[in-house]
Design a protein around this ligand. Sequence first.
Ligand code: UDP
Length: 242
Amino acid sequence: MSVERRGPLSEGKAKILYSTDRNDFIVQHFKDDATGFNGLKKGQILGKGPINNSISAWVFQYLEKHGIPTHFVEKTAEREMLIKRVKIIPVEVVVRNLAAGSICKRLGIEKKHRFEPPFVEFFLKSDELGDPLISERHIFYFKWATPEQLKEMESKALRVNKLLTQVFDQVGLTLVDFKLEFGTDNDGNILLADEFTGDGCRLWDKETGEPLDKDRFRHDLGRVEESYQEVYQRLKRHFEGN
Ligand code: UDP
C-alpha cells in the first residue's frame, strides 16, 4: 500500500506514532529505548526497535490468520509498520499462565504458581498513575469500556494466549504472561492494537527457565541484547523458515 509518512503524532516510551497522508492509517516506529518500573529505570537495548517491529508483525499476521482482528497493515521499514488508526481503550489486559512480577508482590503468590485456567487482570493505561490495577466496577463506572467490549477483549486475550502459548512452545519458550491493548475503529470494531514483543510479555527458556525478555533489563540480569536476538532468531526460523 502506498502511504506517505507525515509528522509525529505522539511519542511514547518505546514507540513513536506518525500521521500519514491517509487519515485512517498511521505509522508506528519502534525505538531502541527501554523503560522499567513505570519509567523509573531508563536505557536502551541496542537493536530492539527492528526486532520488536519484526516480532510484532509476525505475531499480528499470525493472529489475524487465526481470527483475531488487529491494527496491523504491513511492515514498511526496518523499524516501522503501517497500522490502522484506532481509538485506544484505556484498559490494559494482562493474561497470566504462571505467576511472576506484580501479582507476586501484590498478593504474595509464589513465583511460577500455575494459573488454571489462565488468569486475567485489568490495569488502567496511565503513565502518570503508574498503570494501577482496576476492577470491572471501575471500568464500567468510569466508562473506560462497556461490558460488551470488556467481554470481547477478555475472550480475545484468552484466545491470543492459546494461540501464542503454542507458537512460543514450538520455539522452546514458555509464555509466562503478557499485556495487550485494544482499540476501536470507526465502525466500533475491536482491534488488537499496540504491539506484541519481549517488552510486554515474559518469555522463559523451556530448558533452563532463564528469562529472555525485558526482565533482563529491568533486573540488570545481563545479556539483554543477546536475549532479544535469541527470541528473534527462534521466531524468524519459525515464521520464515530460515
Ligand atoms: N506489562 C507491560 N506494560 C505494563 C505493565 C506490564 O507490558 O505497563 C507486561 C509485563 O511485561 C508482563 C505482564 O504485562 O509481561 C505482567 O506485568 P506485571 O503486572 O507482572 O507487572 P511488572 O512486574 O512487569 O511491573
